[in-house]
Ligand binder design. Structure first.
Ligand SMILES: *[C@@H]1O[C@H](CO)[C@@H](O)[C@H](O)[C@H]1NC(C)=O
Ligand SMILES: *[C@@H]1O[C@H](CO)[C@@H](O)[C@H](O)[C@H]1NC(C)=O
Ligand SMILES: *[C@@H]1O[C@H](CO)[C@@H](O)[C@H](O)[C@H]1NC(C)=O
Length: 429
């Protein structure tokens, strides 16, 4: 059979079907009810259809279109299958089949048939993590930073991201009231300071917390790691693992649903941490493999110097209230832990100096633990350099800059340092 013949047959078939098929008529059965297919023209070979009659006689067997034949005449009397009438929803100029789920960014939509059999389109109405309005608004109306549509964030709900991309639970009133360390050093501060340049081998890399609200564990392990390396001048230079906080710091903590930072720092002080090689980060709350009173030897970890047997413990955290005091502490002892407030636009940060924009303004927000590693100034615009925990694909290779000196997003409202308990042997090196 040639293609032309195929096309002709197909065309003839469609012509016959469309001649009989009137989609606006109820589907029947009519001729099918009695299997009554009459020869020639027989006026009594009819059925009631709406307020008139339809026919099932051979008069209908003509190629010319006419509309007084029953809709099921071709299928019943001529054995021509009638097309199934599929009801669809039309949304934004596109057709959707009933029963299937579709996604509009983070919202599931469904075309379903209501009690009358009519198709209706229904969607969830959540605020999505990624918003075209934020990307457009921030980039269009010249701000100090640029926004980006991160594909790995696309399709997620903002309220879920506030749990699983952040993780710092609200601070207790006692924690908020914690007394502050005052240095009040009247010294000239460098315009730019970056811990990565000051201590090139000692600063830990950016972590990807994954879809797990473990920012508290990541920030604490990061700050403690950096400070162990700095205070031991490289003798105890290892990456401490957030996983021990996630898995073993159970009391009052919620694993991937968030943690209290005061509880976590206390855990690091009393229980101690282990390194990443010994207990790699898994982005989920796994069973704790260590005994509370154990040490690195019983834990099966390999410390960088043989004199170290106890886990890596820190002193009590100290609060830093003022911009200069924060700078002084970073310059003297290394990165610090800060808690900031995150709104929707922050997730879109690509580069520049972050300030909360009015784009995508909604009431949703969350607390986020981060690690401040330095500061700088760009044409008089002062900023902090901060390590985030969303991998190196986000922001400026995993870092972001945020306005300094104005408590932007609360970044200066809760900043803490710690001293690491390095071994005597390490100090003598
Ligand atoms: C019409 O009816 C005749 C005789 O009953 C039959 O041979 C012919 O195939 C029919 N035509 C169509 C289009 O079905
Ligand atoms: C954002 O990215 C997703 C895919 O990653 C895409 O489907 C969507 O259209 C993008 N939105 C905008 C506003 O560019
Ligand atoms: C800094 O901002 C946070 C939240 O944005 C606020 O709770 C806090 O009181 C502010 N602190 C100061 C010292 O202004």
């Amino acid at each position: 059979m040639t293609n032309t013949m195929r096309a002709l047959i197909c065309f003839a078939f469609l012509a016959v079907v469309s001649a009989y098929w009137r989609p606006d008529l109820p589907p029947g059965p009519y001729c099918g009810k009695t299997r009554q297919c009459c020869t020639d023209r027989q006026d009594d070979c009819s059925h009631q259809i709406l307020d008139t009659l339809c026919y099932c006689d051979q008069f209908c067997n003509r190629t010319r279109a006419h509309d007084d034949c029953c809709p099921d005449y071709p299928s019943v009397c001529l054995n021509i299958p009638t097309p199934i009438i599929q009801k669809t929803c039309t949304h934004n100029g596109r057709e959707y089949i009933p029963g299937k789920k579709y996604y509009d960014n983070c919202n599931a939509c469904k075309c379903s048939l209501d009690y009358k059999g009519e198709p209706t389109w229904e969607c969830e109405h959540d605020i999505c993590l990624m918003s075209g309005d934020v990307v457009y608004g921030v980039n269009q109306y010249g701000s100090s930073w640029r926004a980006y549509n991160y594909s790995e964030f696309y399709g997620k709900k903002l309220r879920d991201a506030l749990v699983y991309k952040l993780g710092t639970l609200p601070l207790s009133p006692e924690t908020k009231r914690m007394g502050a360390i005052r240095y009040d050093k009247d010294i000239p501060y460098p315009a730019n300071f970056d811990a990565r340049q000051r201590w090139p081998r000692f600063i830990s890399h950016v972590v990807d917390q994954g879809w797990c609200g473990s920012d508290w564990a990541v920030a604490i392990a990061g700050v403690a790691s950096d400070r162990f390396a700095i205070q031991s001048n490289g003798a105890e230079n290892m990456v401490l693992s957030p996983q021990i906080l996630l898995s073993c710091n159970e009391r009052g903590q919620q694993g991937c649903k968030g943690g209290h930072i005061d509880v976590a720092w206390n855990f690091a002080r009393n229980y101690g941490l282990v390194d990443e090689d010994c207990f790699p980060y898994k982005a989920s709350r796994t069973r704790c493999p260590f005994r509370p009173k154990g040490n690195l030897i019983s834990d099966g970890c390999t410390p960088p110097i043989k004199q170290r047997t106890s886990r890596y413990k820190v002193g009590p955290p100290g609060k830093l209230n003022k911009e200069e005091d924060i700078m002084y502490d970073i310059m003297e002892s290394g990165p610090v832990h800060a808690v900031m407030t995150v709104h929707q636009d922050f997730f879109h940060y690509r580069d520049g100096i972050y300030r909360r924009s009015r784009h995508g303004d909604n009431h949703l927000k969350g607390l986020h633990s981060v690690r401040i590693i330095g500061w700088g100034e760009d044409r008089g615009d002062k900023f902090w350099i901060v390590a985030n925990s969303w991998g190196t694909q986000w922001g400026e290779n995993g870092y972001f800059r945020i306005a300094r000196g104005s408590n932007e997003s609360g970044i200066e409202s809760f900043v803490v340092n710690v001293l690491s308990h390095v071994t005597e042997a390490a100090l003598k090196k």
